[in-house]
Design a protein around this ligand. Structure first.
Ligand code: UD1
Length: 368
């Protein structure tokens, strides 16, 4: 029996662990898994609702870490995770994505000599201002199994000197989850409840510190959103960090008063997928949404100067517009005039079977 500890900490992790757990469950005689939730995200809307929507098992362990500075959060996860690994040592730890919990758990396991697998390895934005880039680089150095979403990511690892025997191009587990729920999401009533019509509105998400922590920059971005809301309804589910920053910058009142701007609490997976698949366009600074819009064929403007997911620009519907309001507005106009997302391609192996490929590799390498 191969004993696997799989880690999830923050919202974007839940969609990634779900298909891996499902694929492990298909081999009950070979794998036994334990799901650890670090508690980095803890609000009902940021955590529990995703477990329910994705049919994830209740975590076997919740470390209850909560919010804090990067060092506090990372340090607390390491201390609690170490205790757990010492009490009951697994044969493998699987981490996903690029959040603080990802790095903290990879580092802890590695120092105890436990092999670590990283799902979504090799992504690089080359922007060391992003905490996620630091997490990605450090995590990949520590891991024994590096599962990549595309060949560019595999190539990044090779160029960093990673041995070929550790790199596995398996595809995109988040797309496994999307494809599995696409049908049910298409029947969700989110659109109807908000009185929106297909292709008649835009969806917005913003949460990156580089966009929301500086009041002047946040004000400028909110200005663009308000202007877009004069053209078409805009749905904006607001991340807790962003809500706090909006209030801090004194922008709350200005935002609440606009009719065609629909501000919501963070949404659960299925209704949000319903909103994204029918949107005329998406404006975002999220990583995962760049990939989801690519597969759904929905034009996406990424409010960042760089992306660790360039394939979404070269093959998909994504374009980088930075955070200069004029460039974002030009991007919006361009989509309205020329782009309905129909030109996009779906990247290789983003086909719903990435988790199966991961488990096949692990079975071959670890069993016997
Ligand atoms: C984290 C990830 C980011 C990911 C994002 C998705 C890191 C470094 N960043 O950023 O890569 O895209 O999750 O959401 O790991 N908060 C709540 N309730 C919660 C969670 C957070 O109120 O359930 C608030 C707290 O005020 C907290 C702040 O949001 O301080 C930021 O949370 P944190 O986990 O530090 O980072 P995110 O910005 O969510």
């Amino acid at each position: 029996m191969i004993r696997v500890t799989i880690v999830a900490g923050a919202r974007p992790n839940f969609m990634k662990v779900a298909p891996v757990i499902e694929a492990l469950d298909r081999h009950p005689g070979i794998f036994r898994h334990r799901l650890v939730h670090t508690g980095q995200h803890y609000d009902e809307a940021m955590s529990r609702s995703f477990f329910d929507a994705l049919g994830l098992p209740k975590p076997d362990v919740d470390l209850g870490i909560g919010s804090g500075s990067h060092a506090e959060q990372t340090g607390r996860v390491m201390m609690e995770f170490e205790k757990l690994l010492l009490e009951d040592r697994p044969d493998l730890v699987i981490v996903v994505g690029d959040v603080n919990s990802t790095l903290a758990c990879a580092l802890t396991a590695r120092k105890l000599g436990i092999p670590v697998a990283h799902v979504e390895a090799g992504l690089r934005s080359r922007d060391m201002e992003m905490p996620e880039e630091i997490n990605r680089l450090c995590t990949d150095v520590l891991c024994d199994y590096l599962f990549t979403t595309d060949e560019t990511a595999s190539e990044n690892l090779r160029r960093e000197g990673v041995d070929e025997s550790k790199i596995f191009f398996v595809g995109n587990v988040m797309i496994d989850t999307l494809l599995k729920h696409r049908e049910i999401a298409s029947r969700d009533d989110a659109l109807r409840k908000l009185d929106l019509s297909p292709k008649g509105y835009a969806a917005v998400t913003l949460h990156r510190p580089s966009n929301v922590d500086d009041p002047a920059r946040l004000r400028a971005l909110i200005g663009v959103v308000l202007e877009l809301a004069r053209t078409m309804p805009v749905v904006f589910p607001v991340h807790p960090r962003t809500r706090a920053r909006i209030e801090h910058a004194g922008l709350a009142e200005q935002l609440e008063s606009r009719g065609s701007l629909i501000l919501l609490e963070p949404m659960s997976y299925i209704p949000f997928l319903n909103l994204v698949m029918h949107a005329r366009m998406v404006l975002t600074d999220s990583g995962g949404l760049q990939e989801e819009t690519t597969v759904l064929g929905v034009p996406c403007l990424t409010i960042r100067d760089n992306t660790e997911r360039p394939i979404t620009c070269t093959q998909g519907t994504n374009r980088l517009v930075g955070n200069d309001p004029e460039k974002i507005k030009a991007g919006i106009d361009d989509i309205l005039l020329h782009d309905d997302g129909a030109e996009s391609m779906i990247p290789e192996k983003w086909d719903g079977s990435a988790a199966k490929r991961i488990v096949d590799v692990l079975m071959e390498r670890l069993s016997g």
